[in-house]
Design a binder for this molecule. Structure first.
Ligand SMILES: Nc1nc2c(ncn2[C@@H]2O[C@H](COP(=O)(O)OP(=O)(O)OP(=O)(O)O)[C@@H](O)[C@H]2O)c(=O)[nH]1
Ligand SMILES: [Mg+2]
Length: 204
C-alpha cells in the first residue's frame, strides 16, 4: 500500500514528507511558517493526522494551503491505506510538496511506511537531549532532524551539541538543522533542503 502511494507521488512529482515527533514539538507551527514563507514559490498540500479534532487542519487552512484532516480515534499513528484516501481527497498538484503531519508520538510512527520520500523528525528543546538515545527507532528511520524551539535555549539546560551528538550516534547520516518555527531562526536551511529535494518537474 505504501508503494502505491509512492508511485502516485512519483507520477505527479510530489515530494511527500512524513513529519514525526512527540506531541507539541511544533510540527504544525513549522508547517504554518513554511507555507507562509515558501507557499508563493512552491505549491504545498498538507495531510493532518491527529487522534481527535480538526484544530491543526484549521490552522493550515488559515494559511491558504490545501489540507485534509485524518482522525485516528484510538490509533497512535497513520497507515498507508488511510493516507491513500487522504491523498485522493487532497488531489495534490504536479510538482508540489505534500507534508503528512503524523500523530504526535515518538514510537509507533517510526514503524509505518506511508509512501513518503523521507521522514522528518522534529525534536524540541524542552524535550531533553537524550531523546534520540531513548527512542532510537524514530531517529534511525528519519533522514532529517529539525531541532525546534531554539529561541528557548537561553532559558533551558538543554545542551544542543549533546543532542546533535546523540542523534548522530544513532543515525550518522541524519541531516540536522536547528530552527525556531516561532521566530523564524534557521528556517532558510530547511527551505534550501526542501528546494534541493523537490523532484524533477512533471509535464502537464
Ligand atoms: N517558543 C517556541 N514555541 C513554539 C515553537 N514552535 C512551536 N511552539 C509552540 O509549541 C506549542 C505546540 O506547537 P504545535 O505546532 O501545535 O505542535 P505540534 O507538534 O503540531 O503538536 P501536535 O500536533 O499536538 O502533536 C504551541 O504552543 C506553539 O506555539 C518555537 O519555535 N518556539
Ligand atoms: Mg500539530
Amino acid at each position: 500500500l505504501a508503494m502505491r502511494n509512492r508511485g502516485f507521488f512519483e507520477g505527479r512529482k510530489v515530494l511527500a514528507l512524513n513529519l514525526v515527533s512527540s506531541p507539541g514539538s511544533g510540527k504544525t507551527a513549522l508547517l504554518e511558517r513554511t507555507i507562509n514563507e515558501l507557499g508563493a514559490q512552491i505549491a504545498i498540500g498538507v495531510i493532518e493526522g491527529d487522534q481527535e479534532t480538526d484544530n491543526d487542519a484549521q490552522r493550515i487552512k488559515a494559511t491558504g494551503a490545501k489540507v485534509v484532516q485524518i482522525n485516528t480515534g484510538a490509533g497512535c499513528h497513520l497507515e498507508a491505506d488511510i493516507v491513500a484516501r487522504a491523498i485522493n481527497a487532497l488531489d495534490p498538484t504536479n510538482n508540489s510538496i505534500v507534508f503528512i503531519e503524523n500523530v504526535g508520538n515518538l514510537v509507533c510512527p517510526a514503524l509505518f511506511d506511508l509512501g513518503e520520500q523521507a521522514k522528518v523528525a522534529i525534536l524540541s528543546t524542552t524535550e531533553g537531549e537524550d531523546k534520540p538515545l531513548k527512542y532510537p527507532h524514530m531517529f534511525r528511520a528519519a533522514q532529517v532532524l529539525l531541532i525546534n524551539k531554539i529561541d528557548l535555549l537561553p532559558y533551558l539546560k538543554f545542551d544542543i551539541n549533546k543532542c546533535i551528538a546523540n542523534a548522530l550516534a544513532i543515525n550518522p547520516s541524519l541531516k540536522v538543522m536547528a530552527v525556531s518555527a516561532q521566530e523564524g531562526t534557521g528556517m532558510q536551511l530547511w527551505y534550501d533542503w526542501l528546494k534541493a529535494n523537490i523532484l524533477a518537474p512533471a509535464r502537464g
